[in-house]
Design a protein around this ligand. Structure first.
Ligand code: SAM
Length: 276
């Protein structure tokens, strides 16, 4: 019988943020696949866990998967951990999880810390719906596209960012966010844990030399796209309204029907206006 692939969450700073179950699993598995074996060793030493460690990081993910899947098929249990928090979330693991599922290997999550969730719950912003963007690309075109998406996004937005890029990302956000609320959650669970709140401009004014790890949480755009569109249509004359749908390729009959619906009147009333 195949072994189990455990996805084990580890602390995001404070070493005490790990569950009893995570420690038990790390003690019981045959092998631990870690993003950075030296980093994970510190955690294992802290909890007096001695287990064979194998490196599994973004740059060797494809190569390592085959060997790890082989071991799982031989019946070995493997724990996958990343440097911090929940593996697979902006961290290596996606490949092995997909292959394990294809190979009918059981994949079990061992829950624990995840930076984005902890930043979100302390943000004071809407938590009912949110959109996680991870790290936004540094490629100019892709970055511009993402910023456009963020500008329109109605749900609370969560971004991860590397320490040396946080200021440039905040600067890019300044041009699209206007007065939206922003929270920079810094060094969560660590000694210098801090939440910087305000508009992006206010944050940039008080935050000149960022240090440590950061998450950016942004209030969703309060203006819904379709509301914008509706308002635009409401302000049009019937002629403008006609041209608006004509440009979209609708037939004369369809346009009359649509205008009548938008204005909440009968088709006949719209015909009468045109006849006049
Ligand atoms: N898998 C991790 C998780 O569950 O959150 C995230 C890994 S991702 C490579 C690292 C990014 O997460 C950092 O650049 C930062 O944006 C965020 N992060 C991780 N730990 C953090 C902390 N203690 N405080 C603030 N942000 C943190």
């Amino acid at each position: 019988m195949s072994g189990i692939l455990y996805l084990v969450a580890t602390p995001i700073g404070n070493l005490e943020d790990i569950t009893f179950r995570a420690i038990k699993i790390l003690k019981e598995v045959d092998l631990i696949a870690a993003e950075d074996t030296r980093h994970t060793l510190k955690l294992l030493n802290h909890y007096e866990i001695t287990k064979p460690l194998i490196s599994y990081h973004r740059h060797n993910e494809d190569i390592k998967v085959e060997g790890l899947i082989e071991k799982l098929k031989e019946g070995k249990n493997i724990a996958l951990v990343s440097d911090a928090g929940t593996p697979v979330i902006s961290d290596p693991g996606e490949v092995i999880v997909k292959v394990a599922i294809e190979e009918n290997i059981q994949v079990v999550p061992i829950p624990g810390a995840c930076a984005l969730i902890n930043a979100l719950i302390t943000s004071g912003l809407d938590t009912k719906e949110f959109s996680f963007y991870g790290f936004i690309s540094i490629n100019k075109k892709l970055r511009k596209e993402k910023l456009e998406e963020i500008k329109k996004e109605n749900r609370t937005i969560i971004l991860y960012e590397a320490p040396h890029k946080i200021l440039s990302t905040l600067n890019d956000l300044e041009s699209i966010l206007e007065s939206r609320k922003v929270i920079v959650a810094r060094e969560l669970t660590k000694i210098h844990e801090e939440f910087i709140r305000g508009t992006v401009t206010e944050i940039l004014e008080k935050y000149k030399e960022p240090k440590g790890e950061h998450i950016i949480i942004i209030e969703g755009n309060p203006i819904k796209q379709d509301t914008d569109e509706k308002q635009k249509i409401n302000e049009m004359t019937v002629e403008e309204h006609y041209k608006y749908y004509e440009k979209q390729g609708f037939s004369k009959n369809e346009i009359i029907k649509k205008i009548a619906k938008d204005k909440g009147v009968t088709k006949n009333e719209i015909y009468q206006i045109f006849i006049k």
